[in-house]
Design a protein around this ligand. Sequence first.
Ligand code: PBG
Length: 302
Amino acid sequence: MRKLVRETQLSPDDFVMPYFVRPGKGVRQPIASMPGQFQFSVDELVKEARGLAKTGVGSLILFGIPASKDAKGSGGWAKNGIVQQAVRALKDALPELVVITDVCMCEYTDHGHCGILKGREVDNDATLPILQKIAVSHAEAGADVVAPSGMMDGVVAALRSALPKATILSYAAKYASAFYGPFRQAAESAPSFGDRQAYQMDVANADEAVREIDLDLREGADIIMVKPALAYLDIIRRAKEKFGCPMAAYNVSGEYAMIKAAGERGWIDEKKVILEVLTSIKRAGSDFILTYFARGAAQWIT
Ligand code: PBG
């Protein structure tokens, strides 16, 4: 009876699996802050993605760790950059897989900020042409979706003009959250000074999220994202009700690490908590979820 009236069902179709890709061959390097997650070289990533596809998950998002970093983040748009190589290899091996790329500078800059610096401040408008170059290089490599994550003002319009036909997944309401800590270790992208509060949103604001999402949709975003997920379920619900547009939520690294840590100690039933969390994010209104649990959860629910 409960099954007959259940409102929310999880399916592998709901998940996008994030991966970190780095140079080298045969590399499968564990990420200390995210037990069970790895930095992969391109060859290992292709193997991993084959396994992912077998679980029924049809999509992944890529983050790159370049061989070297500089002030302009030039590794981000290099034709043979690490993400570009990974996209080509994945689309070659698994053409049906939806490959999303994260479009941001923080993994490629030596200072770790998400844009070009002027003094100690991020120069929003000087960053836009660079993000265009990154997105175009990803699309040329074969990416199906580009996902700008740096919260620069006007980035969706900039990408839309550079790529009229691309699918843009905008990190529209991205909060200046402490939940990204483990990711910054995984992507080697922690800012070397200051924080990201000048470009990411104030945790306390919800009306502002609605305005940010509205702007991104007007600028031409196809799908909007709320990030993190769990502490922002109210934002997901409000946005879904107000805009009714395709929506994603990012179940981020800190949300993953907390569950893994408590699970390892036997303090929670890890599997049950994961499925409860993912169900709640979907129930709140997210059509799909970017989650490091994607592969495991897909296996449990099918
Ligand atoms: C890049 C980016 C970040 C995340 C996704 N894209 C880090 C940040 O903004 O510092 C975080 C993802 C996670 O914590 O799982 N700007």
